[in-house]
Design a protein around this ligand. Structure first.
Ligand code: SAM
Length: 329
């Protein structure tokens, strides 16, 4: 970390924007990115269902024992005829997209990408459907806030709360601050590690993190959960939006491999942590790990993973309440 940044945005504040919005792709860039998008859609909507079909056929032959663990499913998946192409396309379509975006952005000075992001529906749905309204949140902390798209919906949902976003990345925080100013959202952004925030004990009612914990090595996930317990007042809520196993072994193998092919080295680690146990040991109760259907209703209270024919990342809400005593269990 080379510099420490602390920014505060209030509706009354205006300032010149430090960064210009990145240009929308045009011409050859647009054509190239549309082509990559088409490849990704082919991968998710055509190739993945084909792979599922091949898997079902491979495990349902007469006399074939049904694999019952991930370790049994993996060799079956690896033998499927469509699997090498599926893996190759996943890896390479992603690389093609990022290389082109990098090439578009690098020649520009002091430009950060904003993107379209579906008007942040994903993040709004999380706040609207996964944060219980049965308690008061007067101070909210977003761990690993990025450029603030996970933080801003909390201001809209809880306008009188003090909302803070922290991240390791200085450029992310500067963009977060600039956008919060433009949108007149009252948020404090600060450069701090999620595992050692240096905020006082019991200073928040809600500690959240979206797409953060799968980025962290296993010991850091533990420290982050313990830090959340330290920061929360008794009865406060911790809520992460991230990935968990679905129980569908075929899909869970595909998800492990997705981590390997997308440079997400810690994603498989997250799948190996017993998060419920970790939360319980860190002083949480009412622990829930529930599917999150970002294209549907958001939080799926029934716990049933929505059936999808196309490839779909298994988003999960992991939430729990700080025990009343505030003591570790
Ligand atoms: C995938 S991004 C998610 C950003 C944001 N929460 C969102 O949903 O758009 C993960 C973020 O976590 C941040 N991060 C990674 N490790 C961190 C740590 N130990 N402490 C704080 N932030 C961290 C990264 O800099 C990055 O901005």
């Amino acid at each position: 970390m080379t510099e420490t940044i602390q920014t505060q945005t209030s509706p009354a504040t205006t300032s010149a924007h430090a960064f210009a919005k990145s240009p929308d792709p045009v011409g050859e860039d647009r054509a190239y990115l549309d082509f990559v998008l088409g490849l990704k859609q082919h991968w998710a909507r055509t190739l993945y269902p084909k792979l599922c079909e091949q898997y079902d056929a491979a495990v349902s032959g007469p006399g074939t024992p049904t694999p019952s663990t991930i370790d049994e499913v993996r060799p079956v998946v690896e033998q499927l005829p469509a699997y090498p192409y599926f893996g190759w396309l996943e890896r390479n379509a992603q690389k093609m997209m990022w290389r082109r975006l990098e090439a578009m952005i690098q020649p520009q000075e002091r430009v950060l990408a904003e993107g379209q992001n579906d008007e942040y529906l994903f993040h709004r749905r999380f706040v609207e459907t996964a944060i219980p309204r049965d308690r008061v949140y007067s101070a909210i902390l977003d761990l690993g806030c990025g450029f603030g798209k996970s933080t801003r919906p909390f201001v809209d949902a809880f306008p009188v709360a003090e909302v803070v976003g922290i991240d390791l990345s200085a450029p992310n925080l500067l963009l977060a601050h600039q956008q919060a100013e433009r949108l007149q959202k009252r948020i404090t952004f600060s450069q701090r590690p999620a595992e050692d925030t240096r905020y006082p004990d019991r200073s928040f009612d809600l500690v959240t993190g979206t797409m953060l914990i799968h980025e962290l090595p296993m010991p850091v996930v533990r420290t982050v959960v313990q830090e959340a317990a330290r920061l929360l007042r008794p009865g406060g809520l911790v809520a992460f939006l991230d990935f968990q196993r679905t129980g569908d072994l075929f899909r869970d193998v595909a998800m492990d491999d997705h981590g390997a092919r997308n440079n997400e080295p810690y994603m498989p680690h997250l799948f190996r942590i017993d998060l419920s146990r970790l939360l319980e040991r860190s002083g949480f109760e009412r622990i829930e790990i529930l599917p999150f259907d970002e294209r549907g209703a958001g939080l799926v209270e029934s716990g049933e993973w929505p059936a999808r024919s196309e490839w779909h990342v298994p988003w999960s809400v992991i939430r729990a309440t700080r025990t009343d005593t505030g003591k570790e269990g």
